[in-house]
Write a protein that binds this ligand. Structure first.
Ligand code: BG6
Length: 478
């Protein structure tokens, strides 16, 4: 017997903007994800665009230069893809519903019926196989019009547009979808403002101030849709989602440990607000030191306090190290942050430090803090795969996942309540940071290169059958 509960939600995760394509179909509007060109690995990720670049991309009808506009054609191939997920035995599938497919401009009066129908078709297909849908409302995109007209989440009016979007989806899908996540990696608003909150830097006087203001609006929006769900559809479970930026102190030197403690508290504040319903003293102090003043309406404190989440979900890919002398140390990356290198860890070709034990650490750290069910909403290895005689022998991916699942099992044995594990990029998709196709995560290979050439054929990698056995044995056979 494995340590996993019988109803453990094994599965996979993707996001609309990285898989769907169909950018000009079904009445969809452009989203903030649709304006990013390919960015080569050597140049690092591309999460930012100038105002002129945004305007140029918005006008550009030649979609081939923007990989997220084509995705992997999930828009037309979702039946085939979901059948493959079923073949692996998925119990759950995490995906997002594109806001700009439902409200093409974000501030439209009426929702787009064709967009709603598309997601009904997807959900029906999942239900056919008994796969539990887990839906993220906002995953690294919003209608581009909200950026052009309102500078994204810096404008408080966006809260009501988001409430309307959520209200439509809850009403349409409350019978079929139990688990909802309001914002993917909500901390992204501070680290990558255009992707996280639709903010154009040039249109802010003080970028940091604007980002925290936008984040405040997102927290209030998240609480308001949680309130709506709890009041109108009590069977729904609403979760928050953060990037788990796990860090270790470089040494036991007290100065390093204080540095670590303070950074860890700041990294935790995003989830703290959504679980405890208030800002921690650490973040209030941080704002004071930086002379950041957030406009909070009189009702906000109550809204946050009364409408906290039911579960905490997070992504975990890598860990970092921190010390009092950080500036002088060699650097390494995790998905949204750069920190110090850990000499005990290996890295992916994209420089992310691989640390399975860190997952056990993270689960214990978060469960002890929040005492709410946890969900590993993302974890995965993005790397280069080579086709050999039409097959992918990805033993490196199997090893990565095996070790992480083993550590998750140890955390469960430690007493942590974990609802499920949705492996990121269960089918190869467009990279969030670089828009590359060659940074592959999937159990399923998609025949498409960085330029969009290829048949889009789906091919089972070795990890496909391996994960199938993991699920079939409820984590016993790793
Ligand atoms: C997470 C995002 O930060 O990391 C995903 O939620 C993303 O959207 C994943 O794809 C992996 O990042 P990347 O840049 O390798 O695609």
């Amino acid at each position: 017997m494995s340590g996993f509960p019988a109803d453990f939600l094994w599965g996979g995760a993707v996001a609309a903007n990285q898989v769907e394509g169909g950018v000009r179909e079904g009445g969809k509007g452009l989203s903030t994800a649709d304006i990013f060109p390919l960015s080569e690995r050597e140049k690092g990720g591309c999460f930012d665009r100038t105002w002129d670049q945004i305007l140029e991309a918005a006008e550009d009808r030649n979609d081939s230069g923007y990989p997220k506009r084509r995705g992997i054609d999930f828009y037309h191939r979702y039946r085939e893809d979901i059948a493959l997920f079923h073949e692996m035995g998925f119990k759950s599938f995490r995906f997002s519903m594109s806001w700009s497919r439902i409200f093409p401009n974000g501030d439209d009066e009426q929702p787009n019926a064709e967009g709603i129908k598309f997601y009904h078709d997807v959900v029906d297909e999942l239900k056919k196989y008994g796969i539990e849908p887990i839906v993220t409302l906002s995953h690294f995109e919003m209608p581009l019009n909200l950026t052009l007209k309102y500078n994204g989440w810096t404008d408080r009016r966006v809260i009501s547009f988001f409430e309307k979007f959520a209200a439509v989806l809850f009403e349409e899908f409350h019978n079929d979808i139990r688990y909802w996540i309001t914002f993917n990696e909500i901390d992204a608003t501070i680290h990558i403002p255009l992707t996280g909150a639709g903010i154009v830097k040039e249109h802010t006087e003080n970028l940091e101030q604007s980002c925290y203001q936008a984040l405040h609006h997102q927290f209030v929006a998240s609480a308001l849709v949680t309130k709506l769900a709890h009041e109108k559809y009590p069977e729904l479970k609403i979760g928050c989602m953060t990037t788990k930026n796990l860090k270790y102190p470089a040494t036991c030197k007290p100065e390093d440990c204080i540095q670590w403690l303070q950074e860890t508290e700041v990294d935790a504040f995003y989830t703290d607000v959504q679980v405890f319903g208030e800002y921690s003293y650490t973040v209030r102090k941080l704002w004071e030191r930086k002379q950041i003043e957030i406009q909070e309406e009189p009702e906000d404190a109550r809204i946050l306090k009364e409408n906290t989440v039911d579960f905490v979900s997070f992504s975990y890919y890598a860990s970092l190290v921190t010390s009092a002398e950080g500036a002088k140390k060699e650097k390494a990356s995790a998905n949204l942050l750069v920190g110090e290198k850990n000499p005990y860890l290996k890295q992916t070709p994209w420089g992310w430090q691989i640390d399975p034990v860190g997952l056990r650490f993270a689960l214990n750290q978060m469960y002890s803090r929040y005492k709410l069910p946890l969900f590993v909403a993302e974890n995965g290895l993005g790397t280069l795969d080579v086709l050999e005689d039409g097959r992918i022998h990805d033993s490196y991916r199997i090893e990565y996942i095996r070790e992480h699942i083993h550590q998750m099992e140890l955390a469960i044995e430690d007493g942590v309540l974990v609802l499920g594990y949705t492996y990121w990029g269960c089918i190869d998709c467009i990279s969030a940071s670089t828009s590359e196709m060659s940074k592959r995560y999937g159990f399923i290979y998609v025949d498409q290169d960085d330029q969009g050439n290829g048949t889009l054929k789906r091919i089972r990698k070795d990890s496909f059958n391996w994960y199938k056995n993991v699920i079939a044995s409820n984590g016993e056979i790793l």
